[in-house]
Every structure is written in C-alpha cells, then in structure tokens.
Design a protein around this ligand. Structure first.
Ligand code: 5GP
Length: 209
C-alpha cells in the first residue's frame, strides 16, 4: 500500500497518563498541516469529551459491524473497550495534502507499520518522566476511579516495554517542549523529502545535458 509522498502518518503512542492527549491537541493547534485521526470506540464518553471531536462513541455491536465492513485500518482492545482508526481520515488528509496524526497504542502502531511504507510513517513513543509522575498525573486528571487507575498503571508498564519499536522516543517533561520537538522532527522529515526531490531533478538535468 503506498500513499502520496507528502502525507505522513504520524503516530503518537504512550502509556495512559503520560500526557499524550494534551500533546496531540496542542500539536494540532500549532501545526496547520496536520489532522487528527478521530478514532471510534465502544468505551463510554467521559464528562469532558465530545462525540465526533474526541472520539466517535459507538456500541460494541456497531463497532463489530463496521469492522466487518473493513471500515478500520486497525483496531485494538484496551481496558475491555474497542478502539479503531477509520480509513476515511487518511483519504481526506491525502486529498488535502496534509499529515495525519494517530493517537493510538503500540498494537495499532504495529498494524499501521505492517500496511504502509516505512518512509510514510513517523512514529513517536512518549514516556512520562517517572512511574510516580505517571501515577500522580493519572490521579490528578481525576476522570478515572481507583480501580481504573490501578488497571491503567499496570497496562502502562506493559505498554512502555514497546518503546523500542518506535523511531523516536521522547520524555514528556514539559508539554510545550515536547510539542516543539515533535514539530521539528516532522519538519525535518519534510525537508529531507524536499531535498531528495531537488537532488533527483538536478541529477536528471546533469545526466541529460
Ligand atoms: P483512552 O480510553 O484513555 O482515551 O485511550 C486508551 C488507549 O487507547 C490509549 O493508549 C489510546 O492511545 C488508545 N487508542 C485510542 N484510539 C485508538 C485507536 O483507534 N486504535 C488503537 N489501536 N488505540 C487507540
């Protein structure tokens, strides 16, 4: 499967509570050439979430039916809930010549790597500064109960074992600093691509003249 060269598939994964969602939102605000891939999920909507903005909240039954229709590039189960990235987001980003940002876990990242060209993917793994900081952040955001926080912490340890599958691993100490680093890396990839194009056309001219 090959996509138009200008569109990069930017993947951001991290354990729950490492600040990934805030990071993605800031990145979208800052960079004008990137769209967020809004996932579908069977999990219940949290108080501050908006359907169609944070996720498309659907039933398990609807999710399974969409999955059967090949609606998703990838799906995964997390915390007993289903999550999936739809194909349509890539198609619309391609049309607009924009990058697409996936806020997904390592299982989803693996599936995308399997189906797309390596050079079209820029993947980041975001780590919290420490385990205790991760726990503090999970408690601070106050949206999960104690049982869920415990569950998310144990998943976080498992999730972190996959950091070395990613091209870039960043420690999210200050969110604005991390956003800047991500932006620079994406721009760097774009620059390399443009350099390659320029070089190719110059080489052609040299060879043909
Ligand atoms: P949360 O329920 O906290 O919003 O997300 C739980 C986990 O599911 C996070 O690691 C998040 O990145 C991941 N996730 C969200 N959407 C998708 C998706 O479409 N596919 C996959 N594979 N993971 C997702």
């Amino acid at each position: 499967m090959s996509i138009e060269k200008k569109t990069k598939l930017v993947i951001i994964s991290s354990p729950s509570g490492a600040g990934k969602t805030t990071l993605c939102k800031l990145l979208i605000k800052k960079m004008k050439n990137i769209n967020l891939s809004i996932s579908y999920t069977s999990r219940s909507k949290r108080l501050n979430e908006i359907n169609g903005k944070d996720y498309f909240f659907i039933t398990k039954k609807k999710f399974q039916s969409l999955k059967k229709q090949n609606f998703f590039i990838e799906t995964a189960t997390n915390f007993n809930n289903l999550y999936g990235s739809p194909f349509k987001n890539i198609i619309s980003s391609k049309k607009r010549n924009q990058h697409i940002l996936f806020d997904i876990d390592w299982k989803g990242a693996r599936k995308i790597r399997r189906n797309y060209n390596k050079e079209d993917i820029i993947d980041f793994f975001i780590l919290p500064p420490s385990k205790s900081e991760l726990q503090r952040r999970l408690i601070k955001r106050g949206r999960d109960n104690q049982k869920e926080i415990k569950l998310r912490l144990s998943y976080a340890i498992e999730e972190m074992k996959h950091y070395n599958e990613y091209k870039y691993v960043l420690i999210n100490e200050k969110v604005h600093k991390t956003v800047n680093q991500i932006e620079k890396i994406i721009d760097y990839h774009q620059l390399i691509l443009n350099q390659k194009k320029i070089l190719k056309s110059r080489l052609k001219k040299i060879i043909n003249n």
